[in-house]
Design a protein around this ligand. Structure first.
Ligand code: ATP
Ligand code: MG
Length: 392
């Protein structure tokens, strides 16, 4: 019999009741992910371990390895916790991979099982493997092949592969946050990082109408759909607000160099209204220190107070290269995004806008009522399992 063994990381450090709650949320998410793919399964949690049984353990393992909170996953052969059973299964595993001349190591663990310790278990399994593949050698430091045997009070487990998961905390263990999602590379990664940290997510996008590129909205919807594939079974909303009227008044100003600051402040203002309506605790954006003029520390300091809830910036200390690598890994990187540029950005944006000047301009434009109006234009797109379901 095979089972999928799931390992989690820092959830271990939580108090017992918190650990139980987090594990139950994580197994709930795993079930949703497996159900979304039609995989029948049964999840057991003996002693805080997570074991999944089902007809297609490999497909189950691949899906579980995309679940937030999971550190790694192994497909195990399940035996009794006796040395003989473990050794027989380990030999079977080793025979598939060990060739003459290769070195190997047995990594043995034991808990709650009497009669032998882990060294004895490792030695017994090692000699059983050598009996079958005598040309192999033991190397405990840098082996070509490793086989893991675990004797637990609830059974014996043998595996030789660990698939890495995303880590983080189970989705839904933290409060809801609202990520400002664009057609670019950064903001989907920012959203993903906060989802990985357990936050329930809602996306918001500011539609620039005739001031934005023709492919902007299509790309945002694509980012939104792709991110929803990371939380299978959970509906993920994208709110799209119309920013065209704001751009109309901003482009009529004779001073173009503050446009990006005004624009980013406006986005935070509108998003704060929407976050307040939904009860989202914070906003998330893809700001990255020094990336563009609106992301100097001086400008971020002027932009941030436009939000009435905290703004989280998970990418603040990343290098662009790291963000791109991450976007590729999570599947949101688009090599040919099409026309997603902004036509409002000035050629020479200010890198340190004076807060008092910005306040005066905003008063003149009556941004507060513009923001309230923009918040009233919201269209909602709900995505699930990687597809946009409906517009409402
Ligand atoms: P890139 O990945 O090319 O940098 P970007 O979308 O991150 O694109 P920035 O000008 O760096 O563009 O914007 C900073 C942050 O502001 C984004 O990460 C995103 O969170 C938010 N943002 C930008 N444009 C929009 C938009 N139209 N709607 C919602 N949020 C936006
Ligand atoms: Mg950016």
């Amino acid at each position: 019999m095979e089972a999928v063994m799931v390992r989690y990381g820092e959830i271990f450090l939580k108090s017992e009741p918190v650990k139980r709650r987090f594990i139950s949320i994580m197994t709930g998410n795993i079930s949703l992910a497996l159900e979304a793919e039609g995989l029948t399964h049964c999840i057991e949690t003996p002693r805080g371990r997570i074991l999944i049984f089902g007809d297609e353990p490999r497909r189950i393992a691949a899906l579980v390895a995309r679940t937030f909170g999971v550190v790694s996953v192994s497909v195990c052969t399940v035996t009794t916790a006796a040395i003989n059973g473990l050794a027989a299964a380990a030999v079977e595993h080793a025979e598939r991979h060990l060739r003459p001349g290769m070195s190997f190591a047995v990594r043995a663990r034991r808990s709650g099982v009497a009669g032998f310790n882990s060294q004895e278990l490792g030695a017994a399994v090692g000699s059983a493997i050598l009996d079958r593949v005598p040309e192999a050698t033991v190397d405990l430091t840098t082996p070509d092949y490793e086989v893991f045997v675990e004797a637990r009070e609830f059974g014996g487990f043998v595996y030789d592969e660990k698939i890495s998961g995303p880590g983080g905390l189970p989705y839904g263990t933290q409060e809801e946050v609202m990520a400002l999602l664009s057609a670019g590379i950064d903001s989907p990664v920012a959203s993903w990082l906060m989802m990985r940290r357990g936050c329930r997510m809602v996306h918001v996008h500011m539609h620039s109408g005739r001031f934005g590129g023709a492919d902007g909205e299509r790309n945002v919807l694509q980012n939104h759909a792709r991110l929803s594939a990371w939380v299978p079974g959970h509906p993920l909303d994208l709110l799209v607000a119309d920013m065209e009227p704001f751009f109309e008044v901003v482009t009529a100003l004779k001073e173009p160099r503050y446009r990006c600051i005004l624009c980013k402040r406006f986005m935070l203002r509108v998003a704060s209204i929407l976050a307040g309506e939904r009860g989202a605790y914070a906003l998330v954006n893809g700001d990255n220190l020094g990336q563009v003029a609106s992301q100097t520390l001086a400008n971020m300091t002027v932009i941030a107070p436009a939000a009435s809830v905290p703004v989280l910036r998970p990418l603040i200390g990343f290098d662009k290269e790291e963000i791109v690598d991450r976007a590729r890994a999570i599947g949101t990187f688009e090599a040919h995004p099409g026309n997603v540029g902004c036509t409002v950005a000035p050629r020479y944006p200010s890198t340190a806008a004076p807060a008092a000047t910005i306040a005066l301009i905003e008063e003149e434009l009556d941004v507060e009522s513009l923001a309230a109006r923009a918040a009233g234009t919201v269209r909602r797109y709900r995505a699930k399992n990687g597809e946009v379901e409906e517009a409402g």
